[in-house]
Each structure stands twice: as C-alpha cells, then as structure tokens.
Design a protein around this ligand. Structure first.
Ligand SMILES: Cc1ncc(COP(=O)(O)OP(=O)(O)O)c(N)n1
Ligand SMILES: Cc1ncsc1CCOP(=O)(O)O
Ligand SMILES: [Mg+2]
Length: 221
C-alpha cells in the first residue's frame, strides 16, 4: 500500500493529543472522548511513567482507546512499542532516538502505516527522513514536566532551523505547549502541536482541546 499523503498528514497533525493512564486524573477513555469532542486531530497512546499499565491490561486500554479513535475518524498511533502497534493494528507508531530505529520500524510496518520520529537537531531530522519517517516530532520546545528524561529545551529556533534547511516533511512541536505559547511554534514552521498535560490535565478537557484547534486554525498555514 501507498505511504500517507504529506498534505493529508499535515492536517491530521494539527492538534495531536498524547496520553496514557499516568497523565489522567479521570478514566483515560473519558479523557479521550472529551478531547475528541473538542476536535483533536490525532491521538498517541503513550502508556509510560510511574504506575504505567503493562501486559494484557495495557493492551486492553489501548484497544479501548483505539475504538474511540476509530469511531471518530481520529488516527490512533502507538508510542515506542512496535509489538503493541502490530497487535492492535494501529494506524502508526512514534519512535524516538532511543527506541527501535526508524529504518527497522519502516521495514517491519511497511509503507501504509504512519511512522513518526522524534528529532532534537537538524542532523537527527535528516536521518529520520532518510530512514522513512512520515512526520517529525520536534522538541522539547518549552520546559515540560511530562517527560522525566526529556532532552534540553530547544525553543522554536530548532523548528526554524529545520525549515530553513529546506525540509518540508510534516512536523509538530512538542514539550510544554499551551494555548498561550502555541502560536510561535506554528509561526516557526510547525504544521501542528502535540500536547499532553495542557489537554489531559485541563479542568475542562473539551474546552482545552477546542482552544488548541482554534489557535492552530488561526495561526497555522
Ligand atoms: C509527536 C511526538 N514527538 C516526540 C515524542 C517523544 O518521543 P521520545 O523521544 O521517544 O520520548 P517518549 O515519548 O517515548 O518518552 C513523542 N512521543 N511524540
Ligand atoms: C513526550 C515528550 N517528548 C518531548 S517533551 C514530551 C512531553 C510533552 O508533554 P507536555 O505537553 O505535558 O509538556
Ligand atoms: Mg520513545
């Protein structure tokens, strides 16, 4: 099958919500339903951190969240775990620099799945593209408390540097993004923003997601 069209993927990346049970104050399925109601465009199941679910319970939560995504036409991406992505027949996977290499992921999944790769520098972005990435997650743009082993904060200049190099692949900023600081990420050249805490931890999750949708549609290209 054919690799996903870049412009279609750009649209899907606009408001990319990421979470696992450790990020939720209420049931993850409820969090996801409320975020979907607010208009998120893509979802990543990232079940890691203190108290993260394992084995069958993890699979079951993934299946539950995937069903919600499917019912609402939101692509369901699995973080890190190629076996889980295959077992669930997810729409794609997101891997970082310390995970299974993107080249191996592309060979294992074939062309018709979405492969996202984290990059913290221009060199990593170029390598990820050569390895077959469909999109890049660039960051941390701002300080984050959602990832214990996060790399140094890069600011929006990393996105500008990647775009100025001529790279046109779809990309999202990640790390500490809120509705108040999303605009510079988009202005720097990102197609969308990826968010954990500003949506999962919001008092009103639907309203928070809707705020990001409005921000991206007002400031995006
Ligand atoms: C969209 C997006 N971008 C970056 C990341 C971070 O991936 P990684 O560096 O592998 O870190 P973990 O999320 O696995 O802790 C991401 N998950 N999604
Ligand atoms: C997974 C990840 N990768 C880089 S920063 C980050 C965490 C983003 O979470 P938040 O949106 O809460 O800062
Ligand atoms: Mg990872």
């Amino acid at each position: 099958m054919k690799q996903i069209d870049s412009d279609q993927l750009r649209d899907l990346l606009k408001v990319y919500f990421i979470m696992g049970s450790a990020n939720c104050r209420i049931a993850p399925a409820k969090v996801l339903k409320e975020a979907v109601a607010g208009g998120i465009t893509m979802f990543q199941f990232r079940e890691k951190g203190t108290g993260a679910l394992t084995a069958q319970v993890r699979f079951n939560l993934g299946r539950r969240l995937q069903k919600i995504c499917r019912a609402n036409g939101v692509p369901f991406i699995v973080n890190d775990d190629i076996d889980l992505a295959i077992a669930l027949d997810a729409d794609g996977i997101h891997v970082g620099q310390d995970d299974t290499p993107a080249l191996a992921i592309r060979q294992l999944l074939g062309e018709d799945k979405i492969v996202g790769v984290s990059a913290h520098s221009l060199a990593e972005a170029q390598q990820a593209i050569a390895d077959g990435a469909d999109y890049l997650g660039i960051g941390p743009i701002y300080p984050t408390s959602s990832k214990e082993d996060a790399r140094a904060v890069r600011g929006t200049s990393i996105i500008k540097e990647i775009r100025n190099s001529g790279i046109t692949i779809p990309l999202v900023g990640i790390g500490g993004i809120t509705v108040h600081n999303a605009a510079p990420v988009l202005a720097a050249g990102a197609d969308g923003i990826s968010v954990i805490s500003a949506i999962a931890g919001a008092e009103d999750i639907t309203l928070a997601a809707r705020g990001f949708v409005h921000e991206v549609n007002s400031n995006g290209s």
